[in-house]
Design a protein. Structure first.
Length: 104
């Protein structure tokens, strides 16, 4: 039985996986623009908002995120989204609280 199982495992290793369809219509331009803006800003790390936008372009599920530049915009977005909401800082200097703790 061991030799039979071994032979079957070897056969499975040599199987050619089925071809997956490639979607040619992926939004290359918006992703390139996000990456270019980060590079022009001399940044090696994307902001959380930028990273979520890229993930969303490739159909990864992400939490709805909006950017408010002042208190009035934050209140308007909170009313539009519905409560409860979470506020986070968006700054290229503050990448992520976990990363900040690690680098300290």
């Amino acid at each position: 039985m061991y030799m039979n199982s071994y032979q079957r495992n070897i056969e499975l290793l040599y199987e050619t996986p089925e071809e997956l369809p490639v979607d040619d219509s992926l939004p290359k331009r918006p992703v390139t623009a996000i990456l270019r803006n980060a590079a022009l800003g001399n940044r090696e790390v994307l902001t959380e908002d930028e990273a979520k936008k890229i993930l969303k372009y490739y159909d990864f599920p992400v939490v709805q995120t909006e950017v408010a530049n002042n208190t009035e915009e934050a209140v308007a977005l909170a009313r539009q989204l519905g409560y409860p909401v979470v506020l986070k800082i968006l700054s290229p200097q503050i990448i992520h609280k976990a990363m900040q703790a690690e680098s300290s």
